[in-house]
Design a protein around this ligand. Structure first.
Ligand code: SAM
Ligand code: SF4
Length: 326
């Protein structure tokens, strides 16, 4: 078991398979983003080696992310091999959904349990403006393919950006009337080069809720407000699905955090919003022993920061979201 100095049992690893992406969302990366050369990223054997170490240390829940995880070469085989590592109980993915139409079924067959799909609006023009390169129809097809493949319950993630999609939240929430999906609204967070943009355009959970209620009626709070993962859940009257709020900025959930992140270049990042990191790939390539690597992970986890400090304007500067693994 990997425990931090605050007694939190850290057993959930978000694994970035690549820093690259087939979209360029405005809140995530600049259009002319530069990426790391492939040889600096974990190769398949290195990735699997590190996953085995984490599983040995008690990590049981893994989420594949990026960048865009579905563009990683050999993604179906990677899912299959990671899922067969002893100790890996749950394997999920966060994806922009563009390639799910083709990949949902083979990834489900390979052992993927669920997907979270990012979709910020149902308006095709706005979708293109937010993602710069994306077509909404591709994502909609991807969502249905994921549902048909049994990658359920389907969770949809929308980052809310003032002036882009803040007036689309009710339409997104209304999807839950017809579908047994969880539509989650995420407060935008400030990172590196896009921090200024995120700080000016952030829309709080409270504002989003008020917009939805003005259109769909009062939202019913579920489970007495207990978090489902990182989301606080509500229901629109008569809906099949639920609406979630991930309020990392205004209502951080650090006390119940059980996660760490492994970046595509094999660096253990202990908190999304703090720059503390432990390089694992360099020692692995330099021949570090299994025990040394395990000790590096244990020490890193032990010193996991308590939580973020956005209130005091401490923002993560070294990486943007796609370089961490969201
Ligand atoms: N490419 C995949 C996707 O978009 O789902 C996975 C990686 S992406 C970095 C993971 C999640 O982070 C997405 O839901 C995305 O909307 C969210 N995200 C990116 N930048 C963000 C920011 N500045 N604040 C909050 N969420 C952000
Ligand atoms: Fe790509 Fe996901 Fe970032 Fe959008 S949020 S640019 S899809 S990594």
């Amino acid at each position: 078991m990997a425990v931090d100095r605050f007694g939190r049992n850290i057993h959930y690893l978000r694994v970035s398979l690549t820093d690259k992406c087939n979209l360029r969302c405005v809140y995530c990366m600049p259009e002319d983003m530069t990426f790391r050369p492939t040889h600096e990223l974990m190769q398949d054997d290195e990735l699997l080696f590190l996953i085995r170490l984490f599983a040995d240390l008690g990590f049981d829940k893994f989420r594949l992310t990026g960048g865009e995880p579905t563009i990683r070469h050999g993604i179906v085989d990677i899912v299959r091999e990671m899922k067969s590592v002893p100790g890996v109980e749950k394997m999920t993915m966060t994806t922009n959904g563009i390639l799910l139409d083709k990949l949902a079924e083979p990834m489900a067959q390979a052992g993927l349990d669920r997907v979270n799909i990012s979709i910020d609006t149902l308006d095709p023009d706005k979708f293109h403006r937010i993602t710069r390169w994306g077509q909404l129809d591709d994502v909609l097809r991807g969502i249905h393919a994921a549902e048909a493949a049994g990658l359920t319950p389907i969770k949809l993630n929308a980052v809310v950006v003032r002036g882009f999609n803040d007036d689309d939240v009710a339409e997104l929430a209304a999807l839950t009337l017809e579908h047994d999906w969880q539509v989650r609204f995420i407060e935008m967070m400030p990172f590196g080069d896009v921090a200024g943009f995120a700080q000016q355009q952030v829309v709080t959970d409270e504002e989003i809720r008020a917009t939805i209620e003005a259109s769909l009626g009062e939202l019913e709070l579920l489970d007495n407000g207990r978090l489902d993962g990182e989301a606080r859940l509500y229901k629109v009257d008569g809906a099949r699905g639920t609406v979630g709020f991930i309020s990392s900025v205004t209502q951080p959930f650090c006390a119940s955090c059980t996660r760490a992140r492994l970046t595509a270049e094999g660096v253990l990042r202990l908190c999304l919003l703090k720059d503390k990191e432990v390089d694992l790939l360099t020692p692995l390539r330099n021949g570090a022993s299994l025990d040394d690597l395990k000790q590096l992970i244990r020490d890193g986890v032990w010193h996991k920061p308590w939580g973020h400090d956005l209130d005091n304007n401490v923002i993560p500067l070294t990486r943007v979201m796609s370089q961490i693994g969201g």
